[in-house]
Write a new protein. Structure first.
Length: 281
């Protein structure tokens, strides 16, 4: 133990200030899935701090996520963030979908059987914001209508705190990831997915959901009963990819990974910090 370690507050740098408005103290765990994956914990962590892989790994997201236009930010040593716009097709697919098709694809992901229509003159993004606002209001017991943005109601705003904690931000139910080593086995890890849902201030927190565990041989689709089919399929795609990435690292003749300048800046930032800690020992 480092007796001269900084306080947790100091260690978290800008994160507490950025997360304050999302009231994580006023949320309960509405879903918790953990799965053993056949890759090192860093490989799994890295896969969830960039959106660049989605065009190859998650083609079903292209109609409604502007993946390749994601914004990436890094601060200090420990905190980084991606913001990806929802309700907008990826720029590579911009001409392929109507606003209605974009909205339909988004509804399919969350398994909503109701297919709301995009009225003439409106965008899928605007309709989706209108759908999300009353849900966020009801969960929080507040009215956000005069003090929020479409981005806060739907976009993927995913932070990370070095080394392995990655909370999303936003009004509605948000995801949080945690990637843990699996004991001493460097070839596998435990990935945890939490859904954190607001409850109104002054009311008692609903009980946290029980943990749903998937072993190394069970795909995320086996968790569809708690995750929903569309959502579990996205993780299924990552879960299938990651063991291949782990193998690929060992097959690399170069012995290092070439990271893209911008889209993978968070992964570079993560490894720069990791190197600092390792070299400081
Ligand atoms: Fe992914």
């Amino acid at each position: 133990m480092d007796e001269n370690a900084p306080s947790l507050q100091e260690y978290m740098e800008v994160l507490p200030q950025h997360m304050d408005q999302w009231k994580h103290e006023q949320r309960f765990v509405s879903m918790h899935v953990e799965k053993v994956i056949a890759c090192n914990w860093k490989v799994a962590y890295e896969a969830f701090i960039e959106s660049y892989h989605a065009i190859a790994t998650h083609p079903q997201l292209m109609p409604f996520q502007a993946i390749d236009n994601s914004q990436y930010d890094v601060w200090g040593d420990h905190v980084s963030r991606t913001i990806t716009a929802y309700g907008v097709a990826n720029p590579t697919h911009a001409d392929l979908y109507t606003e209605q098709q974009s909205l339909d694809a988004m509804m399919a992901l969350i398994d909503l059987e109701d297919r709301p229509q995009v009225p003439p003159g409106m965008t899928a993004r605007e309709v989706y914001a209108q759908l999300n606002l009353p849900v966020a209001n009801e969960q929080a017991g507040e009215d956000f209508s005069e003090r929020t943005t479409m981005s806060e109601l739907m976009d993927s705003t995913l932070y990370s705190l070095f080394p392995n904690f990655a909370p999303w931000a936003g009004h509605g139910t948000v995801i949080t990831y945690r990637h843990r080593p699996n004991g001493d086995d460097v070839e596998s890890c435990i990935m945890e997915i939490f859904l954190l849902t607001r409850y109104p201030e002054g009311t008692e927190s609903p009980a946290d959901a029980p943990t749903y565990r998937l072993n190394i041989d069970q795909p995320f689709s086996e968790g569809a009963e708690v995750m929903g089919a569309g959502f579990s399929n996205v993780f299924n795609q990552d879960g299938a990819n990651l063991p291949q990435v782990q193998k690929g690292l060992k097959a690399s003749k170069k012995g290092t990974v070439s990271l893209s300048n911008y889209q993978e800046v968070r992964i570079r930032h993560f490894h720069q910090t990791l190197d600092k800690y390792i070299n400081a020992k």
